[in-house]
Each structure stands twice: as structure tokens, then as C-alpha cells.
Design a protein around this ligand. Structure first.
Ligand SMILES: [Zn+2]
Length: 347
């Protein structure tokens, strides 16, 4: 089985000779110390929150629990921004489901988005190849949004992206897929469901599509099986959210959890009550820490998503950890998985 393309990319990015989990963890810890020192100097929010934290004291993954966690409300704190307003290249406003408060505003520099673009190139190498045409149904096709970044990433693989015309409806897509010779489809699960249910679409998809990337919301096993069966193609799932800089992790050919963007993100699965990191197999809350300078540096950001680390190495040959599927949203105070995961905040 082909190894995930993320592994050779991580070897290069991290400057490691091989990708042993303990070496990756040590690399991330060094990167985290440097990031925290930078964030304390650049962001008034982190200067205040981390005033009593000496990054040099962080010796291992368990020490992460000594760092305070961030909530969604913290994202609206003006002092979180670590660059000047002039350095902001893109602003994304998100309204949190069920909240009457101000929308979250996520800001990115060009350098932040260049990192996402780099990850998109590597991640899409799993399912796209030279000569492919990918139909991208995700939003934000302009100004460094998700679809725009995918359009910029695909030519690095010798592939290209196409988008439906403004105001498109699902009925427009079969002709577009056929006329453009679309071989790769990038869509959210709800869009896949609509296409599956639309008469006359599956024959076109079966004739044209080789691979599908599902992104934006959790993909149910039932929908995955239906798409693969009806269209005769291979479905890959992507995990990410706007807070992670869109990209987060993507499946390999083993379809056994997400290989993560470990060089840019330190992902934890933590006990929602205590914040302590959990071992593989135990479900907890996904926490996000961004590594390296960012417009909005995140330190143990509470995503509210529940998931677990998968046990054992990946059948693709990677020794690195893999994140299992998002199982739902955590309730108030982190208690239990109380509702199906929604697409809020995800590309
Ligand atoms: Zn794998």
C-alpha cells in the first residue's frame, strides 16, 4: 500500500532523517517552546495568559496540561492578534451555532495561507495526479479562500480545478462533470448526498470520477459506502476547520483515520474536564495549538469536537499517530458527546 504523502513532506519540513513518533514529538515540543516565546512577545492576549509560563519548562507532552486552554470566546479578543492589521491578508467571520454573541473572526497572514497551500498540495497528492481535473464545490473561490487555495494547489500536481458558475444548482453538475472530464470531486457531505439523490447523476459520476474528497463536515460511514458503491470511486475524508487554517488532516489509502499536518499544528485529544492529554482509544476533546508565527496564535484551543487517537500504526506504513473520525460535539462544560458534529467553522 502506498505510504501517505504527508510522511515524506514531514521528514523534509522537520529536517528529520526518519519519522519516528518520538522524534516528531520532540520536534513539536521544541517548536512549541519557540512558538510560545514568540506569542508572549507578539500577542497581548498570550502575554497576559502565559505570564507565569516559562516555555523552557515544558519537557514533555504531559506538560501541555499546564498551559491554559482557549475557548471560542477568546478568538474574539482583540489582543489575540499577533501581527499588525496591515499584515492581515484574509478575514473569516463565523457565527457559532446556538450563540447570540458576536461572530468569531479569524485572521490570516499571507504566510499563514502559504502554509495551508503547501499542505493542500501534499494532501491532494493522495487523491489527485497529473492530468486530473478536480471539480471543487467548497466555498470561497476567491481571495485566498478554501476553493481558491485548492485551485492554486492542484497545478503543483499537474492537475487543475474547475468550479461551477455563480448561482449554480446541483442540476448543473452532471453536464459540467462530463464536459470538463472531471475525475476528482471535492465536496461537503451534504453536497454528496444531494448529488446521490439527484436522478441521472450517478451514471455520469460513475463514468468520470475516480476519487472524491469529502470535507467541511464529518462524513458518515453510510454516505461513504453509498458514494463508493453508486459512483465506483474511492472516497477520502479530510478533517480541518477554519481555526486550523482550513487544512488539518487527510486519510491515506488505508482510510484509517487522518494523517495530520504535524509540522503546523499540535493536535491533542484531552479530557474535557481536566485538560489532560488522553491516550489512544479514549475519546476526548480535540485541542489545537498552532506552531510557528501566525496572525492568531492558538494555544490549546478547545474545538468542542470529540474524537480519539487510533490504536497502532497505519496499514500504509506510517508510524505516526492518526486521529479518528470526529464523533460529535461536546456539550456545555465538556460533558459527553451530546449532538452530531456540525459544519460550523469548517471549510
Ligand atoms: Zn496511512
Amino acid at each position: 500500500m502506498r505510504l501517505t504523502p504527508l510522511d515524506p513532506w514531514l521528514v523534509e519540513r522537520m529536517g528529520l532523517s526518519e519519522l519516528r513518533p518520538e522524534d516528531v514529538s520532540a520536534w513539536q515540543l521544541r517548536e512549541l517552546r519557540a512558538t510560545l516565546a514568540w506569542a508572549k512577545a507578539a500577542s497581548p492576549f498570550h502575554a497576559r495568559r502565559l505570564a507565569n509560563v516559562d516555555p523552557a519548562d515544558l519537557r514533555g507532552p504531559d506538560d501541555l496540561a499546564r498551559l491554559p486552554r482557549m475557548t471560542a470566546a477568546d478568538l474574539a479578543t482583540p489582543g489575540l492578534l499577533a501581527v499588525s492589521q496591515d499584515g492581515v491578508a484574509r478575514v473569516v467571520s463565523l457565527r457559532t451555532s446556538g450563540s447570540s454573541g458576536p461572530p468569531k473572526r479569524l485572521l490570516f497572514t499571507e504566510a499563514d495561507l502559504a502554509r495551508t497551500l503547501e499542505f493542500f498540495v501534499v494532501g491532494m497528492a493522495t487523491l489527485a495526479r497529473q492530468g486530473d481535473t478536480a471539480l471543487v464545490l467548497l466555498p470561497s473561490r476567491r481571495d485566498l479562500g478554501v476553493a481558491d487555495l485548492l485551485s492554486r494547489a492542484l497545478p503543483h500536481l499537474g492537475a487543475r480545478a474547475v468550479h461551477p458558475a455563480e448561482g449554480w444548482t446541483p442540476a448543473d453538475l452532471p453536464a459540467l462533470i462530463s464536459d470538463q472530464g472531471v475525475s476528482v470531486l471535492v465536496a461537503a457531505p451534504a453536497q454528496l448526498r444531494t448529488l446521490l439523490d439527484q436522478a441521472g447523476t450517478s451514471s455520469v459520476c460513475r463514468a468520470c470520477l475516480r476519487t472524491v474528497l469529502s470535507s467541511g463536515e464529518p462524513l458518515s460511514l453510510g454516505l461513504r459506502v453509498q458514494v463508493e458503491s453508486a459512483w465506483g470511486c474511492e472516497v477520502f475524508d479530510h478533517w480541518g476547520m477554519t481555526e486550523s487554517g482550513y487544512g488539518g488532516g487527510v486519510e491515506c489509502f488505508a482510510h484509517s483515520g487522518y494523517h495530520l499536518r504535524e509540522a503546523d499544528l499540535l493536535v491533542e485529544v484531552a479530557d474535557p474536564a481536566t485538560g489532560r492529554p488522553l491516550p489512544p482509544g479514549q475519546t476526548g476533546e480535540i485541542l489545537l495549538t498552532t506552531l510557528g508565527p501566525r496572525a492568531l496564535p492558538l494555544v490549546r484551543h478547545q474545538t468542542g469536537d470529540a474524537a480519539r487517537w487510533l490504536l497502532g500504526p497505519c496499514p500504509c506504513g506510517s508510524a505516526l499517530r492518526r486521529l479518528g473520525p470526529v464523533q460529535g460535539r461536546l456539550g456545555p462544560g465538556g460533558a459527553g458527546v451530546t449532538q452530531p458534529a456540525k459544519g460550523q467553522g469548517r471549510p
